[in-house]
Design a protein around this ligand. Structure first.
Ligand SMILES: Cc1cc2nc3c(=O)[nH]c(=O)nc-3n(C[C@H](O)[C@H](O)[C@H](O)COP(=O)(O)O)c2cc1C
Length: 178
């Protein structure tokens, strides 16, 4: 298992958030689920436009089948044990003048991260997914209670570990583009 070592000391919430695939398949009550969107709601955005939209489906509902059907087979193989699936949509224009908002996906990215960190605080796990039908949806996300690695198929067990990051000097430096 990778030990997450930071270059500088940071709050533990950033390194304890990760994307496991083993989930328990338990249901989540609305209080737990809606608190995640509440956290996302407070993200900053250009002109406070709040371009994020979260379309969710709880397991054992008709909506679940609709969202589940969007995913590629690989993602379906593990996201079947999630408690909720969420499509994250980003509105491309400003509400106040209808003009394009260049930062809409930046803003929506901030909101999803708030959601993911809140989930960690609540003892839940989240796993972003780009493997889905883009004609039908923009982003799909699985939320659940973390399960046992041993319950995953063998090939997924090998992937079920904390990932590392690029060195700090590769992602932040003084001055313009190198
Ligand atoms: C927008 C986005 C799309 C992703 N798409 C997939 C996916 O389709 N399938 C998958 O298994 N993991 C997917 N991931 C998970 C990433 O691989 C994972 O976040 C990354 O390796 C870093 O690992 P960590 O989240 O555990 O720190 C996605 C993550 C994000 C943020």
């Amino acid at each position: 298992m990778v030990e997450r070592k930071t270059t500088y000391p940071i709050d533990e919430q950033f390194t304890s958030r990760w994307s496991p695939r083993a989930m328990t398949g338990e249901e989540l009550d609305d209080k737990q689920l809606l608190a995640l969107f509440e956290a996302a709601r407070w993200a900053p955005s250009s002109y406070n436009n709040q371009p994020w939209r979260f379309l969710y489906a709880k397991r054992n509902t008709k909506q679940w089948d609709d969202l589940f059907g969007l995913m590629v087979e690989f993602n379906q193989s593990w996201a079947k044990d999630a408690s909720a699936l969420v499509v994250v949509v980003s509105k491309k224009t400003f509400d106040f003048n209808g003009q394009p908002c260049v930062t809409h996906s930046f803003d929506t990215g901030a909101a999803w991260m708030s959601l993911a960190l809140q989930a960690t605080k609540q003892g839940l796990v989240t796993h972003g997914m780009q493997g889905f039908d883009y004609d039908k949806a923009k982003k799909v996300l699985a939320i659940g209670r973390q399960g046992k690695k041993e319950d995953l198929p063998k090939e997924l067990q090998e992937k079920e570990e904390l990932s590392d990051r690029k060195p700090l000097a590769e992602i932040a430096w003084e001055g313009g583009f190198k």
